[in-house]
Design a protein around this ligand. Structure first.
Ligand code: ATP
Ligand code: MG
Length: 555
């Protein structure tokens, strides 16, 4: 019990207190994205946090599109967002809402404020409003339209709604306090005129509510108890509270802020991602170098790995960046036991076993994952000509190089010992073939103990190998060199994508399906690309290499 107390995050502590003091009799959270782009890893944090809290407290989780700004929103994004949330494992059941369906209620709420003398129509231009607003050091000045009568305000707001004014000609403002130390409270604009077609409500409205007015109303209408958002809204909380109080909602929702998730060496801002997509620098919103949910999925990350990552990151009140290596740690942990291990040669050279019969093929029984016997085993063909990695042979080896070089013997993984006898070079000095002899006695599984070798290398039968394209990724920006250039553009890593064309996979890979994940032994974890793989061509994305410098912080 004590442990449970200690491990609760600050939001859970607030909720506990609210429930104990009877402010609420249930917990209800929501995830409120604007459908103006794809979700990214930062959003995953918000989704899993809100969904997790609802689950933990036996409450409800609402999925709500905050689609009150008609300019940037698109249906494409609505669909991608829902697919991503579902994939992540958050379930809104039948609780899917669109803020735009509340436009009528928001309008009525605005009328209610006018009738209370708490809102007025203002004719100042946007620039004038800014000028009247004052600064952090200086109070603002009252608008000359601030003292319009309730009747006049009602009529003008009605006219706004009925399309009598141009965009920007008039706005509705909350009447709060032009001298407030919090600038957000200096008579904020709550409704504007905008003659724009909305993706859901069409041309029904030509006035649209501002975020700070709309959001608390959306929460209150849905019976949200804890409205969790990111730190930049902290200064807006007094306005949030003002709106729900003036509108007299019973059990008004409470806003709680937490720190955004930032990751090193990646791009999370929607604005930056959008630019990379629009400029064609990446292959769409799901380019595997991005950290949109769609990109992570395509690259081969699992929902479990992202859940683990978000869990490890925790919830806090102060902004900081999390090392991308931590996300890599989570996917390795998740795939370690799940993914079958297979042999794949990414940069092949031919290895010929001169004393192995030319037409002979034998099959080795190889376990799919030594960490989990239940994943079974498979037959791997072996014959006279194999592919091995170019880097597993050296003509003149440095010290401590235990792989193939003239005169040295290594183990071919799951097969025999082979000894390098000679090699062939082309006219440019590139190694084209390595010739070996094998020792039949050393067959894998035979219990041979005659002598030991220091190196083990993987291989693929040349006759049976399945050709594939394999893509290796590096971080798209390099934090060390600065994420941004002086002109504010992203400092992109020119080597973020490397495409290997002539790779070979072992025969068992002939029937893989899109999104299947494997460990290529000695190399890393790879996923069959769902977009570029065709009947003719297998394409793999490297999810993560096997090497890691990341250590879990001591708990
Ligand atoms: P971005 O800043 O990337 O453009 P956004 O805040 O504009 O994102 P919204 O659609 O408004 O995107 O976000 C939906 C929810 O996700 C909000 O509650 C927001 O606070 C939260 N959110 C956005 N980015 C992050 C992040 N990096 N970490 C945690 N939560 C986030
Ligand atoms: Mg936003």
């Amino acid at each position: 019990m004590e442990n449970e107390m200690i491990s609760k995050n600050f939001i859970e502590q607030i909720i506990d207190k609210d429930l104990a003091e009877g402010h609420y009799d249930h917990v209800q959270t929501r995830f409120p994205p604007e459908p103006n782009g794809y979700l990214h890893i930062g959003h995953a944090k918000s989704i899993l946090l809100n969904y997790g809290l609802a689950k933990k407290y036996n409450g409800r989780f609402n999925m709500r599109f905050d689609d009150t700004n008609p300019t940037k929103e698109k249906l494409e994004f609505v669909e991608s967002i829902l697919a991503d949330i579902k994939w992540l494992g958050a379930d809104w059941e039948d609780r899917l809402f669109f803020a735009s369906n509340y436009f009528q209620q928001m309008y009525e709420a605005a009328v209610k404020l006018i009738k209370k003398g708490k809102a007025y129509v203002c004719d100042l231009s946007a620039d004038e409003i800014r000028e009247y607003r004052g600064t952090l050091q200086e109070p603002g000045r009252n608008s000359p339209y601030r003292d319009r009568t309730i009747e006049e305000n009602l009529e003008l707001f009605e006219n706004m709604k009925n399309g009598k004014y141009q965009d920007g000609e008039k706005v509705l403002r909350a009447k709060i306090d032009m001298a407030s130390p919090n600038i957000n409270m200096r008579d904020p604009v709550i409704y504007r005129v905008a003659h724009i077609t909305h993706h859901n409500t069409g041309d029904t409205w030509c006035i649209y509510p501002m975020y700070d007015f709309a959001h608390p109303i959306e929460d209150a209408i849905e019976g949200i108890t804890h409205s969790i958002c990111t730190l930049e809204f902290e200064d807006h909380r007094p306005l949030y509270d003002w709106v729900v109080k003036e509108l007299g909602y019973p059990q008004p929702p409470k806003q709680i802020e937490f720190a955004k998730l930032y990751l090193t060496n990646v791009v999370t801002g929607k604005r930056y991602i959008k630019k990379l997509v629009e400029d064609g620098i990446v292959d769409g919103w799901d380019d595997p170098r991005l950290v949109t949910i769609a990109a992570l999925r395509r690259r081969g990350f699992t929902p479990e790995s992202i859940q683990m990552f978000i869990e490890l990151v925790g919830v806090s009140k102060s902004n900081s960046s999390v090392d991308y290596a931590m996300l890599e740690y989570c996917i390795r942990e998740d795939l370690k036991n799940k993914a079958p291990r297979v042999m794949a040669v990414l940069d092949p050279i031919k290895l010929v076993i001169d004393n192995y019969p030319e037409d002979k093929v034998e099959y080795f029984d190889v376990v799919n994952n030594p960490e989990d016997e239940s994943l079974g085993s498979r037959k791997v063909p072996f014959c006279r000509e194999l592919y091995i990695e170019r880097e597993d042979f050296m003509e003149i080896p440095p010290k401590k190089y235990f792989r193939l070089f003239p005169g040295n013997e290594v183990r071919l993984m799951n097969a025999y010992f082979v000894k390098c006898e000679s090699f062939v070079k082309d006219e440019n000095g590139n190694i084209t073939e390595v010739h070996c002899t094998y020792d039949e006695e050393t067959r894998s599984g035979s219990g041979f103990e005659g002598r030991k070798v220091k190196g083990t290398i993987h291989w693929v039968s040349a006759k049976h190998g399945i050709p594939a394209v394999v893509r290796l990724y590096e971080n798209i920006v390099d934090e060390e060199k600065g994420k941004l250039n002086e002109d504010g553009t992203l400092n992109l890593n020119p080597n973020s994508l490397k495409v290997l064309e002539g790779c070979y996979l072992e025969e068992s890979m002939a029937d893989v399906k899109k999104m299947d994940k494997f460990q290529f032994v000695r190399q890393g974890y790879f996923c069959v690309d769902a977009k570029d793989t065709t009947e003719e061509q297998l394409v793999f994305n490297r999810i993560v290499s096997l090497k890691s410098s990341f250590k879990l912080p001591q708990q």
